[in-house]
Design a protein around this ligand. Structure first.
Ligand code: SF4
Length: 190
């Protein structure tokens, strides 16, 4: 393509099929999501679904939303081609139950950013080339894609440190509890 040829414009209008909430695995969570949820009170809602992935040597590698497996006998007619779903999707209405504070990766989807260019992450997304997109909406999606990209390295750096601190606290708590139980047992046997 000559540099003078116009770059195809990204046009996107969500068709509310919920497809992106079924096909993506994992749904990655970044530090900015956790910080926002902690501040806006959503953390308790998402906490049961968060999972910390770790290597064999217990180094944390990512935080994600654990998807729900859809058993064959539980599938809705429109779920025939899907095996799992984000637990935060209302499967009937196809609406995200935390839409206003959904993860940054969901705000950016189907756009991604690789440090140099924007990329389409799901060419089969039915919202691509549908409707119109305002300059403001395009800017929002691009900003989300760039924020997702910049959050990745930062989150990967922070995770092991946070995990180590938590493990230290939990170990100390467990030792104190064991000590208290031991003292209780000794005083009861006197
Ligand atoms: S958090 Fe919301 S938008 Fe993101 S995958 Fe789950 S239901 Fe879909």
């Amino acid at each position: 393509m000559s540099t003078k040829e116009p770059v195809p414009k990204f046009i996107f209008e969500c068709q509310k099929t919920g497809r992106c909430c079924y096909i993506r695995d994992p749904i990655k969570i970044f530090d900015i999501d956790l910080a926002r949820w902690w501040t806006d009170g959503t953390f308790g809602t998402v906490f049961p679904y968060l999972k910390l992935n770790m290597t064999e040597t217990l180094v944390p590698t990512e935080v994600k939303i654990e998807k729900t497996i859809i058993q064959d006998n539980e599938k809705r007619p429109d779920e025939e081609h899907f095996n799992s779903v984000c637990p935060l999707l209302n499967r009937e209405t196809k609406e995200c139950t935390i839409y206003s504070t959904r993860p940054i990766t969901c705000k950016a989807f189907p756009l991604g950013y690789n440090g140099e260019n924007f990329v389409i992450r799901d060419l089969e997304c039915s919202g691509i080339d549908k409707g119109t997109i305002t300059a403001e909406r395009l800017k929002q999606i691009r900003t989300a894609a760039k924020r997702e990209f910049t959050s990745y390295n930062r989150t990967m750096t922070l995770l092991p440190a946070i995990h180590s601190l938590l493990m230290k606290e939990l170990t100390e708590l467990a030792m104190k509890e064991a000590e208290a139980q031991k003292e209780k047992g000794e005083s009861e046997s006197e």
